[in-house]
Design a protein around this ligand. Structure first.
Ligand SMILES: [Zn+2]
Ligand SMILES: [Zn+2]
Length: 285
């Protein structure tokens, strides 16, 4: 379903969030036939809440979202982009996106303190001909426990954040709209001391977006990532209805991901469904 089709529906069906997957990888885009099924673009997701579009991270998948927006999305009032952290796999899509969009949409970009300076530096003329400043995007730097309230045509959207467990730091986000919630925890590593706070943050999420970048049994401690297996257990403990595995390793081919997906299905946790993200996937929350 496209944004336009969602918005053609009667306003009261806007109580659902339309969740789109645009990029499923971590680290670096994976471009070859071996990655076609799950997708090769880096982290990017969107959540359409009525006439407000929330974007989660700006990896290379953002270009595809930009392409859909360029074809027309007249009823989108503003775009609010939540950046987890500025590792390049989470922001590289901004290069194309800012110039694709020019000033056609009101764009707000949120992230950790220092975001404005980093975006200015990365779009300096020596790297790219179109700067963040030219784009007119409004940059908002958040604290760990910031609360945002955005008014949409379908009701209020509440966004809260939490400091993540990832080298250099990151922010996780919880979006609540129409009685449902999406919790975004890229990138993450489970640290026992933080686990209780992580569980509270993700409690009863309708959809939990999870970092499944490591292969079970080959976890790299201190690198800031997790496995689908840790995620499935965590989701069940948190009472999350669905968990979406994402941020796959850049070298993880479709055959490996298919194998992990089958294992996850076989290990199914009661009350919490595991879904492996694929580029182009659409979910209603
Ligand atoms: Zn990452
Ligand atoms: Zn990272």
């Amino acid at each position: 379903m496209t944004f336009g089709e969602y918005q053609m529906r009667a306003a009261d069906s806007w109580k659902y969030m339309l969740f789109n997957v645009w990029g499923t990888r971590g680290s670096f885009p994976a471009v070859s036939g071996k990655f076609m099924e799950y997708g090769g673009n880096t982290s990017c997701f969107s959540v359409l809440c009525g006439d407000i579009l929330i974007v989660l991270d700006a990896g290379s998948g953002l270009a595809q979202l930009g392409a859909q927006l360029s074809q027309g999305a007249r009823n989108i009032r503003s775009i609010h982009m939540l950046i987890s952290h500025t590792h390049i796999d989470h922001i590289m899509g901004l290069y194309l996106f800012l110039s694709q969009l020019r000033d056609r949409f009101e764009l707000h970009i949120y992230g950790r303190s220092g975001l404005g300076k980093i975006l200015d530096e990365m779009t300096a003329p020596s790297y790219w001909p179109y700067s963040a400043a030219q784009s007119g995007a409004q940059i908002h730097e958040l604290n760990a426990d910031s609360q945002l309230m955005i008014e949409s045509g379908g009701g209020n959207i509440r966004i809260s954040s939490m400091n993540g467990t990832h080298p250099g730091g990151c922010l996780w986000y919880r979006i609540e709209y129409g009685g449902s919630s999406v919790v975004y925890m890229l990138d993450c590593e489970i640290q026992e001391a933080v686990r209780p706070a992580m569980l509270r943050f993700a409690a009863n999420a309708d959809l939990l977006v999870w970092d499944a970048g490591d292969v079970p049994g080959q976890e790299k401690k201190g690198w800031g990532h997790s496995t689908w297996k840790q995620g499935a257990e965590f989701a069940q403990e948190a009472g999350a209805a669905k968990i979406l595995m994402a941020h796959y390793g850049w070298s993880h081919e479709d055959t490996l991901l298919r194998h992990m997906e089958m294992n996850a299905e076989a290990a199914g946790q009661p009350g919490s469904a595991s879904i492996f993200a694929k580029e182009g996937m659409v979910l209603f929350v």
